[in-house]
Structure formats: C-alpha cells, structure tokens
Design a binder for this molecule. Sequence first.
Ligand SMILES: Cc1cc2nc3c(=O)[nH]c(=O)nc-3n(C[C@H](O)[C@H](O)[C@H](O)COP(=O)(O)O)c2cc1C
Ligand code: SF4
Ligand code: SF4
Length: 243
Amino acid sequence: MNYRLFFSPTGGTARATELVCGAMETPFVAVDLTLPAARGQHHWFAADDLVVFGLPVYGGRLPQVPGLFDGLRGENTPAVLCACYGNRHYDDMLLEWKTEMEKRGFICIAAAAIVIPHVYSGVLGHGRPDEADLPAIREFARAVMNKKDRTSVTVPGSFPYKKWEKPFRTPEKTAGCVKCGLCQKVCPTAAINDDFVGDPAACIQCMKCVRVCPVGCRQMDMSAVRAYLESNYSVRRENEFFL
Ligand SMILES: Cc1cc2nc3c(=O)[nH]c(=O)nc-3n(C[C@H](O)[C@H](O)[C@H](O)COP(=O)(O)O)c2cc1C
Ligand code: SF4
Ligand code: SF4
C-alpha cells in the first residue's frame, strides 16, 4: 500500500503532499497526524509499503510537536520526505527528520523541499506550489516511482542542528468570544483549556485557532515577524528535490 502522511495545521503541507502523491498516479491512503488523537495511535508500515510524508519547517527544524513520531514504525519501509516551508529556508530540518525516520525503521529514498504559503505572511510563498512548480513536482514523482534501488538519499543540513527555541507565546482570546469551542477542537497540541485560554508552553504558534475563530477574537500580533520576513525573504525560492 501507499500512504500519504502529514502534519499540517493550516493546510499548506497537506496540499503539497497531495500534489506530489497525485503526480505518482497511484492510490494513496491519507494519514493526518495533525491532531493529538491521531499521533496517539500506532501507524506501522511494511517493507513493501511506500510512505510519502509531509511536515512544515519551523525555525529551520522539525516542528516541536509532542509525540509526532511516537506511533510510527517501519520495517525497512521506503519513505519520501517533503519538507514544506514558507520561502525563508529549511536549514537542517531534512537532516534532522531523516535521522528520526531511520531510527524508526524507514529508509528515506527521496526528499523534497517545497515552498508553501508562510503562515505569518500573505506574501511569502503565496499560492505555492503554483503552475510554475508543477512540472518539476511531476518529474520528481515519476523519478520516485521509477527508483529501483532503496538506498538512503543524501540531504542538505549539518549537525549540530541550527539552534531554535519555540517562542513562549500563544494567541490571546480577546473580547467577543462566543464560546463555540472551535479553537480548542482544532489545536494540534491541545494547548487550549476549557475557558479557551491557550498555554504558551504547549502552543506551537501554528495559527490554526486564529484562522478558525468565527468572530475573529483570537489574536496574536505577528506584525514585527511579518515585516522582518517580508523585507528579507520575499524573493521567490525554487523547490529542491533529492533522489
Ligand atoms: C513557528 C513557526 C516557525 C516557522 N519557521 C519557518 C522557517 O524557519 N522557514 C520557513 O521558510 N518557514 C517557516 N515557517 C512557515 C511554515 O513552514 C509554513 O509555512 C506554515 O507553518 C504552514 O504550514 P501548514 O499550512 O502545513 O500548517 C514557520 C511557521 C511557524 C508556525
Ligand atoms: S493554541 Fe492556537 S496557535 Fe497555539 S498550537 Fe494551538 S491552534 Fe496552534
Ligand atoms: S474559536 Fe473564537 S469564539 Fe470560539 S471559543 Fe475559540 S476564541 Fe471563542
């Protein structure tokens, strides 16, 4: 069987993996690891399965999501890693990820660094992957399907990995909350309590709760980060593929 795994609070990573798997022209079973309940289950894969896995890059590293890999186990299962990032850079994330996967019984036979919309900016990665990205994505998908050997791919990155600490902050519930509970339901780290207040220690700043709030009362001021990103990283980056 072929499996499409992803963690994707705001949908950019999920869409990128859909495009990669769609271009492989063979059926995939989707496994969405975004919510804690899905990560609490076992996902075991055999040697004749293929796993295409998408994760967003946070701070040039793996997203700091509790239990992200705990339920995953392969038996020399071939895996294709799709590092999805918001047009700044992916730094050491692919190397860190490949190391985690190979500890769990996967062989990373191919990898990609794919630009998706940056959750903190309407400019960085806007509309990506777009029409101009599709030919190279299709070519990559075909090359993966035709790859006969199962050797481990070389990916960029260096160890010790880039230092990045998750910020200690969380979106605030401002006036006007109608207690609908949506923010709590969709939070990937269960960081929102029954009064709909977030825990800055558990929050990964994914912005999902802000996006779903029907009255717009959940807010986090990202204007300084946005201005920094847009003045330094607005030039279009191209996707990269490793085989
Ligand atoms: C906490 C955090 C850190 C991020 N760090 C980076 C980064 O280092 N480089 C980059 O290009 N994009 C970065 N991004 C953008 C994400 O890679 C991505 O655009 C976004 O989170 C959307 O993924 P999703 O739609 O699948 O949830 C970061 C996003 C978040 C929330
Ligand atoms: S509190 Fe909001 S921003 Fe923080 S992890 Fe949960 S959904 Fe994401
Ligand atoms: S989504 Fe918005 S309105 Fe609904 S409980 Fe959360 S903060 Fe309140």
